[in-house]
Design a protein around this ligand. Sequence first.
Ligand code: FPP
Ligand code: K
Ligand code: ZN
Length: 465
Amino acid sequence: MATTSVTVPDLFCADPAIRDALQTPTSVTQDETLNSMALNLNARAERLRYNAHGVPRLERKKHVAFLRKTMGPFPAQYVHGDASRPWYIYWSLAGLNFLGEDVSSYRQRVVETARVMQNDTGGFGGGGKQTSHLATTYAMVLSLALVGGEEAFEVVDRRAMWKWLCALKQPDGGFQVSVGGEEDVRGAYCASVIISLLNIPLDLTADSPAWTPDGSANLLSGLGEYVRRCQTYEGGISGQPNAEAHGAYAFCALGCLALLGDPRQVVPRYLDIPRLIAWLSSRQYAPEGGFSGRTNKLVDGCYSHWVGGCFPLIEACLGIDEDDNKGQSPPTQEREDGLNLPAAPETLFSREGLVRYILGCCQNPERGGLRDKPGKGPDPYHSCYVLAGLSSAQHQWQLASRWEDEKEPDSAETIDDPVWLVLPHLDGARVYEQEDLVRAIHPVYAIPQQHQQAIRSYFLAKEGF
Ligand code: FPP
Ligand code: K
Ligand code: ZN
């Protein structure tokens, strides 16, 4: 029921106090967007059930129904999705899981589909008889982790996967997304996640493009340096060196680096964190509360994850909210650009704003499912990443004080796992209901920690392939 009895803070419903008088296509589109979501921002959208903060309830049942439906056959207009089938499986399973559903009943179907999409030469294609791609392989491996169980894990041909990853590894440290395909930071992230979850040995085959005669290079060599080259003059991360910064790539860069060693050391070693935080923060808009993907573009629900999901990871790296660490963050030197990190920083983004955008603007109130913004239809991709963003707003992550292993990636044989701890975020204004909490999602793997640990420990226990 829409209600008029609530007051939304001006920050989240009024026009920005300062605005540039210059009219451009960008400013016109931005104004149109704000107009189109005025009812939502003012807690007056139809068919949403508002609480006293002017925040709608999570329409959990409707979203579950929507996502269960998207596990079924797709209508004809989705034919373009035929090269992304593992993605559709992951988005729907992950969305259901984030909402608290048990998805293990899909195991048999996922196993059969995965078998058809795996290539003898390693990795998974986007469909049967399609070339293996790092993005579809990442989505397939995460899907297998979500349905869980030995039968699902055993689908993966790890020896072939290892050889394929070696063929993708490039001398400059990055990964091509398919053999002979483009090299970008998605490849760096997807490869790192696959190597970690499947406990793939880091040795290179002698025919890998990155192999060196002295045998010193491995699957992770130069990867941090590659990611560093993707940080742009804006402070954000581009898909490849010297391109435009985009939120999706910021998440990939951080996720990749977080797997190369202790994230508290590796992330600041390769990225200028204050400039990255400045760029990420500029992606959160008021009054919308949501995030845009790049400078001068519009908010979109999926960036609740690609951008919003960067904050819990960075906060964990900075020791935010970790009582042991209060006031003990490494002393930062005074910077000329003034972007100094606070000694014991509070949360780095407006969790309230993000929750308001997600629950107020991204829920389809009729058929369920989550969306980019009001006026757009719901789909599995936005459902998954909007819910992941809600999880990031609702939880905080910490890294345990001790890091057992000081090995550098170049000398390690496989990826090591730091100890990630999670709690609901309780500081500051909490505008949503307790029953509207979604599951905590691992800041690196984009699935809940128990599923990440189950697949990883299964393969850690294996001798060889
Ligand atoms: C711009 O789209 C979008 C991009 C440049 C990159 C999108 C990439 C991802 C969402 C995922 C990558 C990550 C993995 C793990 C494969 P647009 O111009 O339609 O949107 P915009 O106006 O919001 O920038
Ligand atoms: K977009
Ligand atoms: Zn989107």
